[in-house]
Ligand binder design. Structure first.
Ligand SMILES: Nc1ncnc2c1ncn2[C@@H]1O[C@H](COP(=O)(O)OP(=O)(O)OP(=O)(O)O)[C@@H](O)[C@H]1O
Length: 340
């Protein structure tokens, strides 16, 4: 089922949470809505679900305007971070619940068979008779997904489904979710504020800031070509240095970087901590080491440029330089933007 948002607007009293968002989600695609807290992700998801009304624009399910489709007829499955399972029902009963209350009547045998299939799919066979209190948080979210899938949704909406779980469990679950998506091919919209999760899971990432889409693209596109400083910062650790743009070059001290197409004036360069080499031959931006932090597989170096701007970079664990030493920062893959 293809979903299309056409200049969707949502205002809560006087506060505009979503400003004219347009977005196509192709049939079978897994799209992540990624943005900081308050950027409007959940509001967009709730509008797609029909739990919230847009007060401008329209949402289409295929060719049909979804405004006219009541929530229960949208064929939408949800998993929310806090969408708790019914604690007094077993895992199997939780999964069966939607099928029992559905308009589509199924026999008890058909429901039991479907529950068995879903337990297999979410790799929880054998746990059907447990209660939610007797399984782990990660297992509970897998049950929540099985429950959402039980009624054969046309669209799956996931709002930070792994948000409450610890990092290792999250990583396992997102790999697992991606496998399930590849198997079932249900059009899926996934909300997260975790960039790694979005990049790991999604076919396409839609980055939101203050109720607007600031960039959308494949993980490769948004990582390799961030549209602005906000996206560059949001997607990962980034250093930022003031620069002056003159004649298509961005100047920082004696170093200059390509800034083709940008107007002369105040600018900024952003770059990742992995894209810096420490040199002693005068090539790059003059700096001094302030601190060296050891990590299991690398060293993080905190430096200060000669004009007092902080820079952090990553080196091999064997990096021999120490606090107080002077040298030069040789920067690869800098992104140049106009000053904010
Ligand atoms: N029912 C409501 N009434 C008033 N304001 C609301 C309501 N729901 C959301 N908002 C506001 O709309 C903005 C967007 O909220 P939303 O929950 O969509 O953001 P989000 O990106 O999902 O954030 P988070 O990651 O924190 O869940 C926020 O500023 C929020 O305070």
């Amino acid at each position: 089922m293809k979903i299309r948002l056409d200049t969707v607007v949502k205002t809560f009293e006087t506060f505009r949470a979503v400003h004219g968002v347009s977005l196509d989600i192709e049939s079978g695609e897994l799209v992540a809505l990624l943005g900081p807290s308050g950027s409007g992700k959940t509001t967009i998801l709730r509008m797609v679900a029909g739990l919230e009304y847009a007060d401008g624009g329209a949402i289409y399910f295929g060719a049909e305007n979804a405004t006219d489709i009541p929530v229960r007829d949208r064929g939408v499955g949800f998993v929310f971070q806090h969408y708790a399972l019914f604690p007094h029902m077993t895992v199997a009963e939780n999964i069966a619940f939607g099928m029992k209350v559905s308009k589509v009547k199924r026999s008890a045998e058909a429901i039991a068979a479907r529950v068995g299939e879903l337990l297999d799919l979410v790799q929880l066979s054998g746990l059907g008779e447990r209660f939610p209190g007797q399984i782990s948080g990660g297992q509970r979210q897998r049950v929540a997904l099985a429950r959402a899938l039980a009624v054969d949704p046309r669209v799956l909406l996931l709002d930070e489904p792994f948000g409450a779980l610890d990092a290792n469990v999250r990583r396992d679950l997102r790999r697992w979710l991606r496998r399930i998506h590849d198997e079932l091919g249900i059009t899926t919209l996934f909300v997260t504020h975790d960039q790694e999760e979005a990049l790991d899971l999604a076919d396409r990432v839609v980055i939101l800031d203050k109720g607007r889409i600031v960039q959308e693209g494949t993980p490769e596109e948004v990582c390799r070509n961030p549209a602005n400083a906000f996206v560059m910062n949001f997607l990962g650790d980034a250093n930022r240095l003031d620069a002056e743009i003159r004649g298509g070059r961005a100047h920082v001290q004696d170093a200059a970087f390509d800034a083709a197409g940008l107007a002369d004036g105040a600018g900024q360069i952003l770059f990742r901590p992995a894209d810096v080499t420490w040199r002693e031959d005068g090539h790059g931006i003059a700096a001094r080491i302030v601190r060296v932090i050891d990590r299991p597989d690398s060293r993080r170096v905190l430096a200060m440029t000669a004009d007092g701007q902080p820079v952090e970079f990553d080196t091999a664990p064997e990096f021999p330089h120490r606090k107080g030493e002077a040298g030069f920062l040789d920067i690869r893959r800098p992104r140049v933007y106009p000053a904010a």
